[in-house]
Design a protein around this ligand. Structure first.
Ligand SMILES: Cc1cc2nc3c(=O)[nH]c(=O)nc-3n(C[C@H](O)[C@H](O)[C@H](O)COP(=O)(O)O)c2cc1C
Length: 189
């Protein structure tokens, strides 16, 4: 299976990037290919619907990864009670053909100890717009749980991150089994 991990902070040394990196490590396994799109590294033009955007290398990379993905883990910082503008911009390049029928897990990275839920709710609303199947399991990690120096996160948060990651993998596996059984009966998928 292929899982696309999107990191939605445009800051170069971001907490969201650290969480995405930990998720990629958790996902590593013989049957999983991890695709990585970090908006801080893969800089996208601001979506303007201009035909020239179609040939932009990073737009093509994002769309190709999303096409290939069987599931998504999307990480956003909470900025002013919502998702980051750069993640919203990335999602504006995608649509229902990329997401429909595939599960997604969402993770928010907050600050101040009480944030995150607004970003998750905002992201869930946006992903509804692209027909993503967002699983009920979700997670907020606060920046106090992250050691930016070592790129590690506290054990309780890492365990919860493992839980939501495994839930995504389990759901992708279930969909693959269902698809195989339909195909073996000659039914249209
Ligand atoms: C412009 C801005 C707005 C923010 N707004 C919120 C907020 O509404 N709620 C919250 O919990 N944290 C807020 N934060 C803190 C970030 O969520 C926090 O730093 C987090 O670790 C993610 O940031 P990063 O991935 O860009 O490092 C804000 C940070 C910035 C820069």
């Amino acid at each position: 299976m292929r899982i696309l991990v999107i990191s939605g902070s445009a800051r170069k040394q971001s907490n969201t990037g650290i969480i995405a990196s930990n998720i990629r490590t958790l996902l590593k396994g013989p049957s999983t290919e991890v695709l990585n799109f970090d908006v801080a590294v893969h800089t996208l033009p601001l979506y303007a619907g201009d035909p020239s955007e179609e040939s932009h290398l990073e737009v093509q990379r994002l769309r190709s990864y999303a096409d290939q993905a069987d599931g998504f883990i999307i990480c956003t910082p909470e900025y002013h009670s919502g998702i980051s503008g750069s993640l919203k911009n990335a999602l504006d390049y995608l649509g229902f053909p990329h997401f429909k029928g595939k599960p997604s897990v969402i993770v928010a990275v907050a600050g101040g100890g009480k944030g995150g839920i607004n970003a998750l709710n905002n992201l869930r609303t946006v992903l509804r717009g692209v027909y993503a199947n967002v699983l009920p399991d979700q997670l907020v990690i606060d920046k106090v749980q992250i050691d930016a120096g070592s790129g590690t996160i506290e054990p309780v948060a890492l365990q919860k991150l493992g839980d939501v990651t495994r839930e995504l993998v389990r759901t992708v596996d279930q969909i693959a089994l269902y698809t195989e059984s339909l195909q073996s009966r000659g039914e249209v998928v």
